[in-house]
Ligand binder design. Sequence first.
Ligand code: ZN
Length: 412
Amino acid sequence: MKKVISITLILAILLMIVAYVANQDVVETPLEEVEVHETEVLVQGQDHKDDENNISVEESSDLIVRAAPQGVHTTLPALWLNLETPWDEENFADVAVPLYLSDDTPYGALAIQHIQYMNDNLYGRKPFSYREKEAATWLVETLLAMGHPWENICVQEFPVDHQGRWNTLMNSSGFRSDFAFRYTTQLSQNIVLTIPGQSERKIIVGAHYDSYPTPGASDNASGVGLLLESAQRMQYVDHYYTIVYVFFGAEEVGLQGSLYFADNLTEEQSDQIVMMINADVLFEGPYLFYSATYNDNYQAGSNALTRQVDDIADSLDLGLIPYPEVAFVVSTDHQPFLMRGYTIVNLMGLYRVNYPHVVGIFRMGEDVFLGRVLHSQNDCFHIIEERWPGKIETNMNVFSIFLEEMLLMDSD
Ligand SMILES: [Zn+2]
């Protein structure tokens, strides 16, 4: 009897935790004393790749933000290529020059410049807000500046989803906009870039660019910076799979961008997806986690692809920690793909407590960092950098190398 009661109690507690976690961007950690161990992470830079160093060299200059194009209105259900939108090419005729990239540019260095830019100039990228649209415009501009042709860039717009999302948006004080929301006409957007490979089969690489009303450095300029750097580098590197970078909008009010993207894939597009890699919250803490998995009846499953990813992480020896179970408790843009049967890899830089199957943001304070970072004003590049010098550099370096190695995988 005692046993039954304790099992019931444990189940009830587990259920409460699951219900709570379902509404969080990342799982909270219980407040308890734990020892904090810094991971030993090597910074590996220019020596990483010494093959055909045919990366182009351009003069660098500051990027310029321009206003969003006029006349934006709802589009039909989207395709990721050749979508007709009012985001006309002519609105982007006068683009900025790309960040400086040479053979010697350390991995992560470009990402950090993008993160800092977003932190300082595009903070408070609230879903469906004008600032979010500004960030989207900047993304398109930045991709064009790198030399990606207009034809490979698609803006996938979507309105507020009336299936409950509308209420989330209107009732959550954190997201109330500075102007009235227009139900069904107010848009967010996914920015999609395709870099063709030898194969038609595709790896989706995603990161959301919206944020709480904060600078949103870790959540999630970090993921955006990672993708932007990758999109610049991968132009000059032979790769087997076609790479589809997706910068998701409106993640913070219920994964709206990634849900919309996943729901609007045609059967053919869906069949072409090899796996989905997501980056969200990359320097919330010292532990570099990745979850390579698929949904095996709500358990972490392994297959040839996840084992290949594990081998890559292992051979890099940069402190990457495999933690497939995390993918099932963390709510970010890999979820719609995980739950639709795709193999996913989710990247996160988190604090960890010594508590089985619990991964968290750090909130233990003094020794490590300011209390809570995620979704707070502490999620600021300068605060993080001052409090924890070098952490951003280390994490972005390792994740950049890891991402590139995954994108260079060459067979099924
Ligand atoms: Zn996030």
